[in-house]
Design a protein around this ligand. Structure first.
Ligand SMILES: [Zn+2]
Ligand SMILES: [Zn+2]
Length: 231
């Protein structure tokens, strides 16, 4: 069964994959700028070819590639390449614990394993991936891909659990059928933020396998069905 822990882990994996793709693009752009800008037309091995071979999102690469790449960036190591290298070095040994095709990138490998994980393992995976995702997105700053937006409609949908309007957000990293909806909770003026947490079996969230204390998350289709009365 796909528990809320599994949904959080899958959403974190998709989000991290999008962030790593953006880091890779930024690193490649910085290297290309360094090669084309400050190195003139000298015939030199182009580091971006090395980067391509490393196949960063194809995983299991040369752990020194990011340092080699960074050396080409004007003013020192490129922060995007360094961050990408650091995150991949953390992911590779974790991914190696799970089956996967040769050359499969570490995030895909972990993501494909998530549905078969125990809820406890999925919870730990969700936490670990979310930490890496936040790190990648901090490095990206305003260049982080926008993988989250408020859930809107002709009538703003209400959270099935806390009944708040305009607190539901859709997480849009990955394929559309992998999108999830989360509730940001509520905050009355002058009051502390109230997270929207599940109360377990019987919770109005309607989730199968509801887990007390976990932040609410639904598959997108589940929330749209509930809002439309189709559930
Ligand atoms: Zn809520
Ligand atoms: Zn709930």
């Amino acid at each position: 069964m796909i528990s809320p822990h599994h949904l959080h882990a899958l959403a974190a994996a998709w989000s991290l994959q999008a962030a790593l793709g953006a880091l890779e693009a930024a690193a490649k752009a910085a290297i290309a700028g360094a090669v084309n800008g400050s190195r003139g037309s000298d015939e030199i091995p182009i580091p971006s070819q090395q980067f391509g071979r490393r196949h960063s999102l194809g995983g299991h690469g040369d752990p020194t590639a990011d340092r080699a790449l960074g050396a080409w960036a004007p003013g020192g190591p490129d922060p995007h390449a360094a961050a990408l290298g650091g995150i991949l070095r953390e992911l590779d040994p974790k991914a190696a614990l799970w089956p996967g095709a040769p050359g499969m990138d570490p995030v895909t490998r972990i993501r494909q394993a998530i549905p078969g994980m125990s809820p406890h393992a999925a919870e730990r995976t969700a936490t670990a991936l979310a930490v890496l995702d936040r790190s990648a997105r901090r490095t990206l700053g305003p260049w982080a891909p926008p993988n989250r937006r408020p859930l809107r409609g002709p009538i703003p949908p209400t959270c099935p659990a806390c009944r708040c309007r305009a607190t539901l957000h859709i997480q849009t990293a990955g394929h559309e059928d992998a999108w999830t909806v989360v509730c940001d909770g509520s905050q009355a003026p002058g009051q502390p933020h109230q997270p929207c947490l599940c109360t377990g079996p019987g919770c109005p969230c309607g989730m199968e396998g509801a887990v007390a204390g976990i932040a609410h998350i639904w598959p997108r289709a589940h929330v749209l069905g509930a809002v439309g009365g189709a559930r």
